[in-house]
Design a protein around this ligand. Structure first.
Ligand code: NAD
Length: 359
């Protein structure tokens, strides 16, 4: 039965396909940009420079210094480069870290952003930016931060190693999973969520089997877009809060942490969200949604234990304490004992505790 709901469509233009990078110049012109600063990580600098050549007279320069967690000092250096080259817009070419830098610049200057994502993180679809200063990560939600235009080019994702595709893809699935039981869930976002989970859970094993499977890469990027929309449209809960806390406190890798924690966070919430469990089970083709997600990660060869990505055992209690401070909404009330248990299982890499999908 459909209840009452609120749905807000975020204003972002999406160009999707293969070879769509060629549209970058025209898309910048459409935005009224005259001098673009290209942003990349150090690893993707060469790609950024070739894009610069394609942009011709619109190319103002490149800042190849994007890094994880959007440190404020990096944003300040990029801001200085932006001013020095007289840029009036930015082009972010890369994963969530590069997108984050473009957003941080837009927050400070109001410039338009053309975003060209090359992972499945989904940040390009959200008006949210997380920034780090003095080791503390804070999150800002502001309409100015949402990229105006996003070009998804499947060709750019072909170089994403299968192991990164796996964890980045499950990171995307996590957005859709929590969207299905969000406090502000709505029928449109839920449709996108289920379809996003389906597309990614189909595509990721095919990519693991054959890294240059173009059809699978296309389906994965399509799924990542849908999951990104979910993240931008509705609020997240326990899983995202836990990953944010664990990542920030123990400096853990973003996508791998999401991959490890997701089955456990879902198992915790399962008794409170029977409808979401049915939809996730259906989307991944498994009898039990949380066990199915754990099996998917295992099948993809992803790490299954937080201890294997650098979390100390002594951190389990600290993480449990942090997870229940600063109360936030979650479909199942926060119970420190049960949350400690789920963190301990994630740390050890055990399967999620048994839950039943509602019939
Ligand atoms: P990332 O952007 O840090 O990229 C990881 C590495 O992969 C980088 O070295 C990058 O250069 C490389 N890479 C990216 N695409 C590649 C490709 N196609 N081929 C080869 N190498 C490639 O990782 P990420 O997981 O995309 O992003 C993580 C960051 O994004 C975190 O800081 C996270 O907090 C943020 N994030 C923010 C939001 C939001 O809404 N604000 C959403 C999701 C993620």
């Amino acid at each position: 039965m459909i209840g009452s709901f609120t749905f807000e469509n975020l204003p972002c233009r999406v160009v999707f396909g293969s070879g769509t990078l060629a549209a970058a110049k025209a898309e910048l012109e459409r935005l009224g940009g005259t001098r673009a600063l290209v942003l990349t990580t150090q690893q993707q600098e060469a790609q950024g420079k070739s894009l610069g050549i394609a942009l011709g007279p619109l190319y103002a320069g490149i800042f190849p210094g994007a890094t994880m967690h959007t440190p404020v000092e990096v944003t300040e250096r990029a801001l200085a480069v932006m001013k020095a080259c007289g840029a009036d817009c930015v082009v972010s070419l890369g994963g969530g870290s590069t997108t984050g830098l473009g957003k941080a610049l837009a927050l400070r200057t109001g410039v338009n952003q053309l975003c060209i994502p090359t992972t499945y993180a989904g940040s390009e679809m959200t008006p949210i930016v997380g920034q780090t200063e003095n080791g503390l990560k804070t999150t800002v939600r502001d309409a100015a931060v949402l990229p105006e235009t996003v070009i998804y080019d499947v060709d750019l994702t072909l170089t994403l190693p299968a192991s990164l595709a796996a964890t980045s893809g499950i990171n995307a699935i996590a957005h859709a999973v929590e969207a299905l039981y969000a406090r502000d869930a709505n029928p449109v976002t839920s449709l996108m969520a289920e379809e996003g989970i389906r597309a990614l859970s189909c595509a990721l094993p095919a990519i693991a089997a054959k890294a240059d499977d173009r059809e699978a890469r296309t389906e994965a990027l399509y799924g990542a877009w849908l999951c990104g929309v979910c993240l931008g449209t509705v609020g997240m809960a326990l899983h995202h809060k836990l990953c944010h806390t664990l990542g920030g406190t123990f400096d853990l890798p973003h996508a791998e942490t999401h991959t490890i924690v997701l089955p456990h966070a879902l198992a915790y919430n399962a008794p409170a969200v029977p409808d979401a469990m049915v939809r996730i089970s259906r989307a991944i083709g498994a009898a039990d949604a949380s066990k199915g997600l754990y099996d998917l990660a295992k099948r993809l060869g992803a790490k299954l234990a937080l201890r294997d990505v650098g979390m100390p055992e002594s951190g389990i209690d600290k993480a449990a304490d942090l997870a229940v401070t600063n109360a936030y909404w979650n479909p199942r009330p926060l119970d420190r004992g049960a949350i400690r248990d789920l963190i301990a299982r994630s740390w050890a890499g055990e399967p999620p505790s048994a839950t039943k999908a509602a019939a």
